[in-house]
Design a binder for this molecule. Sequence first.
Ligand code: BDP
Length: 605
Amino acid sequence: MLEYSMLYPRTTLSRRAVSLDGMWKFCLDEQETGEKSGWTFGIPGNELIPVPASFQDFYTEKEIRDYAGDFWYEKDMFVPEEWEGRELFLRFGAATHRAVVYVNGTKITEHEGGFLPFLANVTRVVRYGASNKVVVKVNNELTVTNIPCGETARLANGRKISKPYFDFFNYSGLQRSVYLLALPKEYIFDFDLNYEISGKDANIQYRVKTTGGHSVMLTLYDEEGRIAAQAKGTDGTMEVKNARLWRVRDAYLYKLVIRIMDGERIVDEYQQEIGIRTIEVKNTLILLNGEPVYLRGFGKHEDSDIVGRGFHIGVMKRDFELMKWIGANSFRTAHYPYSEEIYQMADREGFLIIDEVAAVGMFESLMNFMEASTGKKTAFFEKETTPVLLMAHKRAIEEMITRDKNHPSVIAWSLLNEPETTNEAAVPYFEEVFQLARQLDVQKRPRTFALIMNSVPGACKCYPFSDMIALNRYFGWYVKGGHEIAEAEALFRKEMDAWKALNLNKPFIFSEYGADTLGSEHKLPSVMWSQEYQEEYLKMTNAVFDSYDFIKGEQIWNFADFQTTEGILRVNGNKKGVFTRQRQPKDAAYLLRKRWKELPLDYKR
Ligand code: BDP
């Protein structure tokens, strides 16, 4: 069990959550002398930077954008006198990729893994009724002992740069909100929910963890604010008569209020919107509330102009409006767990999420998508450092599942993206991560991972771990693109026939397929990179998807164009977006919209 509570910060009767978002002081630490120079008490200069945001795209200097190493943030925070006697925490939504936190010069915690929240108990280090200094040292270097995987290289001039084994820019910093939390001494730490539907009614099996021994009470309210169910005790069942189910693009949210009671006195109160639904995989079907669903949607990124990977509430809103417009019903949080607000929005809008941990780049290659298809073997899971990597990976899975398990939108866990699966050494590694996910999730959601092009029948040792097979396939782009598209289709069908022959009796989805397309290019007849080719490519892939009954979903790569490391394969970023980075449609968006609006929800039932 994690040493701190992952519950989303909220102000309730008993809790206070104060946002520390806004301008923070900022500086780089090229010489890595911050601690020695006393920066833990306050950093030099007067440079201000917004939080949440990636630091990279604000500046006009290349050295800053491409900086790898330590960098520091600082903010003053006032702690009210009346909070004495409470438990106080600093909560970071994410610090990419690792951070050390100091309050008034004292180190209070450190955390590794850049896409999940962490908390530090500051009860005993803060001054009450006074201003306190929060200083954070962040580091964005890539390694093979943490996720996402990559290297940090040193140039001849001494500067460090990032060499990701993955295809997105190494944006970093305090990319999500920071909060100061004041909780009662005895507080609600965590809870789990599981659902059972019987006829018109539903049972919610629950388990609540608190930090004390007082009794626990739960009340469930419907959307009109009427009491729908009540229960007492730290675990049990709530019965909901005439339950309104949470459905795809037709979400119904109940409000769950959990209280710790000392007689009549409320010791702690926590509230969260929840949705009643079941999710399972049965034969080749993905069943939501027992009904088959066919996924359509995207692999996404948290990525936009100016703020980079920083959470931006406006970009989030626009993305959901576009997904609704195009008729999508799902997305994968490629290639890391997203900001919590995005899951809350998906809960409200009825989108299905495949929640992915940041286990990407598990193939030694500076251009993984290129070298993977060459059949090259890199013995990735046989390194001396693999056990360290596995520990970090498992820790991230635990943090992700603990954070996201109570969202109705989350229907599956993606535990790796495009790892090397052709060596026997991958098997025990997979065994551990898949087993951990099963053990942590009381809902036993399907587990999956995204298979790279060379993970095919006969070569891939790991697909049996997946409850739902997720393929990343680029026939017609990396393989036989443009004038060779007919051959691409033949190879694509050949591979699908080989999967069919295995008779796995599991649903397959396409977690990636796509073609780079420049919003500016038109060409008749088509050439690769033109808008016309993106449409031609989609017509081919869609025809293949429609030919196999066991294919139960299509999530195109990518929702929008996004930033990557520069290089000869990328034109100022990856251009496989159906939308531009500014969130305007390319021509293919209209083609997809027509298809996705016409396909029934239970297509191929
Ligand atoms: C896959 C990766 C994804 C890349 C994509 C591509 O999973 O991160 O962006 O291919 O090449 O290899 O566009």
